[in-house]
Design a protein around this ligand. Structure first.
Ligand code: C2E
Ligand code: CA
Ligand code: CA
Length: 887
């Protein structure tokens, strides 16, 4: 029973042990882990079933010796394995070895064989180790390495062929039985071309890559974009045509996997050949799948890069070949690039300008020389506004300091939103400007003389009328016509006529000022616009100059030609006349000039023409008149209104003209002033008045003072004070017997200069009266300086006094002002009783006017002086006036 029990126990134990063994084997199989023993006695290797299968041997077999194992593995791995194994069995150390198992079909498995070194003391009888198939891990690590390497190549910008080679090589490294070629689709020919095939025999590749037109495999048997698995190439229609190449390459099976980009577009095919017929296992398919996606990535990357390079290249070509100048600016206005054309236009090399401030280099100034402020530079402002700017009225500056007109467009450059600079495209518009000018010249200038034509003349005349309206600036229009032009044309021929017209144009231009417009209106008609003309005489002077200038003989082609011109003049001053009316008046004037006898000028009214003639004639004789004693003085008493007592006499100049008779000062005083003759006339008046005063004084006649009118020019000369005082001394009278009358304008005009003269005069007792007071009222500051003694109320105010309430108010205000300043007052031009009464009732004490006495010769005046008052006084004051005068 014990034995039975022992047997059953043993069986039990055996079963348990078997079970355990089975479980262990199961576990090992599941873990892919094989074990092996080394029997030192028999010097044999014993492999577990699992290990045997890892070595692709039948269970219970496997290489019994190290030598047998070495035969199964890759020759390169034999030496390291043998060395490690020997150290292991000598008990020196453990073993940890990886080697490549070569299978008959060319497949490679990576095996990892390990064993621990046993404890030295208790050396195990049979050292044991493990064997593991590491192919998958190895494959994964190669894949990882490949991916890393491909990415590194892509980032490093390696050529596509290198990248594809690396991917193909990785497949071959994982499984040495495989050969790999990457075929790329040529989008133009729609054929596959070899992209990479590092180890595929060249004969096969050459056959696959046959150029168009050569023998070609049947494409229908290998449709693009589909996976093709060929277990035996020899029997596949596509490779039939290539059978020779296949045989010499020693390949039998093929997997062709399409390569697609991320959009699904076919880029090519990834072909893997194996030496043995058959189909790849799942593992191989997965590896190949990964490689294919890597290829797709590399191709897309290359395509992007090519596209980018192409775009850059296009941009570069564009920049370089453009006919326009193109430059870039950063936010500081520094030039970031400039194309060769632009640099050439500016006379620089691109490198000279890049990195420099663009504005100060080439864009600082306008064509007329005014500087362009950087704040207003339109190339820069686009960076603030974000709006394009188109400019066509500026210039750019060359290196040599010259400039040329440009048209440019400045556009802000943005980078993901914010503006980072601007690009400026410009071209030289010199030619365009020249053409524009040419057209302008044809349209607005006379081809023969180069003068403005009728059209431009009309425009300028319109403008001049506008200026006149705005600024009250007088101007004159001269219309002229050659007197004998038709004759010249008929007798000497048109070419001479043309030359004559050119000569006339030149003379005209030399006669006028630069601001005047000379135009040819057609035929032998010319016109001149003379701006800034203050009075008739100025216009007459130019007309006279033109008539005389054009009357000089012309020498043309050996002919001496006399061909004067007649000029019609329109003077437009206070009256605004529209251009049409001006032109017709000018016509009238020209007609008059011609009918008066040619070679003359005429104004459009006879009155004007006469006036101008007379002025000219008088002015021409004036100095002679002074020297030859044709001037003489009349005197008009200034009286106390109530009593008629003479307080002063005003000296008024006259001219006894040999032809015209006695002329009033209004006819010639202004001429003397304009011609700068006043020092002569004024000096004569002072001297004559002083001499008269001396005579009356000597004869005991009481005249008060003699007042003398002084022109602004005399004040301006600076010698007035001296002249008065010296003359008085020479004649032998007290200067205080003289009084000067100056107009408001004269007083306002002169500052310090005037004040010192007045101070000297006042010191000498010479009184100063403001003549014509009440017409200006522009400023009364000069009154405060206590430089004047009296105000003379203007005769215009006096005349209006009796019929205009405002005038009465002004007069009483003037009187109040004078009182407050301690000044005397006198009213001039008193003609009626009513005026005298009104003045008296307002408080004005003194007056002058025909009511009391007109200006008269000294002899006539002496009758009044003898009695001390005007002989025919006021008939009687009204009560009110008498009251006001304090009687
Ligand atoms: P004025 O200084 O205002 O001289 C007064 C003018 O009024 C004189 O004209 C005189 O004849 C005129 N007159 C006198 N009584 C009356 C009257 O009751 N009613 C009107 N409506 N007028 C009257 P006249 O002599 O023709 O002188 C004209 C102007 O010529 C003077 O105006 C004066 O500005 C200037 N003038 C005259 N003699 C001289 C002179 O020797 N030197 C300067 N610089 N100017 C002179
Ligand atoms: Ca006066
Ligand atoms: Ca006056």
């Amino acid at each position: 029973a014990d034995l039975r029990r022992g047997e059953s126990d043993l069986r039990q134990l055996q079963t348990t042990l078997d079970q355990a063994r089975h479980d262990l084997a199961q576990a090992r199989r599941i873990a892919g882990l094989g074990t092996w023993d080394w029997d030192p006695e028999s010097q044999r290797l014993i492999w577990s079933d699992e290990a045997a299968s890892l070595l692709h041997c039948a269970p219970g077999t496997g290489p019994a010796s190290l030598g047998g194992l070495l035969l199964l593995i890759h020759p390169e791995d034999r030496e390291p394995l043998a060395a490690a194994f020997r150290r292991f069995i000598d008990g020196l150390e453990g073993m940890d070895c990886q080697y490549r198992l070569l299978l008959p079909d060319g497949e490679v498995r990576f095996l990892h064989q390990r064993a621990d070194a046993g404890p030295e003391t208790a050396a195990p009888a049979r050292p044991t180790g493990t064997l593991r198939d590491n192919t998958e891990a190895h494959r994964a690590s190669i894949q990882q390495e490949t991916r890393d390497r491909v990415l590194a190549l892509m980032v490093g910008g390696a050529p596509l062929s290198d990248i594809l080679d690396a991917i193909a090589a990785s497949i071959e490294a994982i499984d040495q039985s495989l050969l790999c070629s990457i075929m790329l689709l040529d989008t133009e020919t729609h054929r596959l071309r070899v992209g990479a095939a590092p180890r595929v025999p060249s004969t096969l590749m050459a056959a696959m890559d046959s150029p168009p037109g050569g023998p070609e495999p049947d494409a229908s048997a290998h449709p693009l974009g589909e996976r093709l698995l060929v277990a035996d190439l020899l029997y596949h229609p596509y490779w039939q045509a290539l059978s020779g190449a296949i045989e010499s390459a020693g390949v039998r099976a093929c997997l062709s996997e399409p390569i697609r980009d991320s959009e699904g577009e076919v880029l090519g095919a990834f072909d893997v050949y194996s030496r043995e017929p058959g189909k790849p296992d799942g593992c191989q398919l997965a590896t190949i799948g990964q490689a294919v996606s890597l290829v797709a990535m590399a191709l897309e990357h290359a395509r992007d890069r090519n596209a980018r390079q192409a775009a850059e290249e296009r941009a570069r070509l564009l920049l370089e070949s453009a006919n326009e100048g193109i430059f870039g600016l950063d936010l500081d206005g520094v030039t970031t690039f400039i194309n060769p054309t632009g640099a050439r236009m500016l006379g620089y090399q691109p490198a000279d300008l890049v990195g420099r401030n663009n504005h100060t280099s080439v864009h600082h100034t306008k064509s007329d020389g005014t500087p362009i402020d950087e704040g207003e530079c339109q190339m820069l402002t686009v960076m603030r506004t974000g709006q394009d700017a188109q400019v066509s009225d500026e210039v750019l500056w060359r290196r040599d300091g010259t400039s040329f007109p440009v048209e440019y467009r400045a556009t802000p450059i943005r980078s993901h939103g914010p503006i980072i600079g601007a690009v400026v495209v410009f071209h030289d518009i010199t030619d365009r400007k020249r053409r524009e000018q040419q057209i302008h010249r044809l349209a607005f200038y006379d081809w023969l003389t180069g003068l403005p034509n009728r059209r431009l003349f009309r425009t300028r005349l319109g403008k001049r009328v506008g200026t006149q309206r705005r600024h009250q600036e007088g101007f004159a229009l001269h219309f002229l016509d050659l007197d004998r032009f038709k004759e010249v044309n008929d007798t000497l021929g048109h070419p001479v006529g043309d030359s004559l017209l050119r000569e006339v144009a030149q003379r005209l231009q030399s006669l006028v000022r630069i601001t005047d417009t000379v135009a040819r209106l057609g035929g032998d008609e010319f016109a001149v616009i003379q701006p800034d003309v203050a009075e008739l005489a100025d216009a007459a002077a130019l007309a006279d100059k033109i008539v005389k200038g054009l009357a000089e003989p012309y020498r043309i082609e050996g002919h001496e030609i006399l061909c004067g011109a007649s000029v019609g003049v329109v003077f437009a001053a206070d009256e605004v006349i529209d251009p049409e009316a001006l032109l017709s008046r000018a016509d009238v004037a020209l007609y008059k000039a011609k009918s008066n006898g040619r070679g003359r000028y005429a104004f459009h009214t006879d009155e004007m023409t006469r006036q101008v003639r007379r002025d000219a004639a008088l002015a021409g004789r004036l100095d002679q008149a002074v020297r030859e004693g044709e001037l003489f003085l009349h005197y008009q008493p200034q009286v106390e209104i109530g009593s008629g007592r003479i307080v002063a006499v005003e000296a008024l100049v006259r001219w006894r003209h040999p032809v015209e008779g006695i002329l009033p000062p209004d006819d010639f005083v202004h001429l003397a002033e304009r011609r700068g003759l006043f020092h002569l006339l004024g000096g004569w008046v002072i001297a004559a008045a002083a001499a008269q005063a001396k005579d009356w004084q000597d004869r005991g006649l009481r005249f008060g003072r003699v007042t003398v009118n002084v022109s602004p020019q005399q004040v301006r000369s600076g010698s007035l004070a001296d002249e008065v005082i010296v003359t008085a001394q020479e004649v032998g009278i007290d200067p205080a017997l003289l009084e000067l009358e100056l107009t408001e304008t004269a007083l306002l005009e002169y500052g310090e200069h005037y004040r010192t003269q007045v101070a000297v005069l006042r010191e000498a007792g010479v009184r100063i009266t403001v003549d014509d007071f009440g017409t200006g009222f522009s400023s009364l500051t000069y009154l405060r300086r206590a430089t004047v003694s009296a105000l003379k109320i203007d005769r215009q105010l006096v005349r209006e006094l009796t019929w205009d309430g405002d005038s009465a108010e002004i007069v009483s205000a003037v009187l109040a002002l004078a009182r407050s300043l301690g000044l005397d007052t006198i009213a001039e031009g008193v003609e009626t009783e009513a005026q005298a009464q009104a003045l008296a009732s307002l408080g004005c004490q003194r007056a002058q006017g025909v009511l009391f006495a007109p200006p008269m010769d000294p002899l006539a005046l002496e009758a009044h002086l003898a009695v001390g008052k005007v002989v025919r006084p006021l008939r009687g004051l009204t009560e009110k006036a008498a009251e006001a005068l304090g009687r």
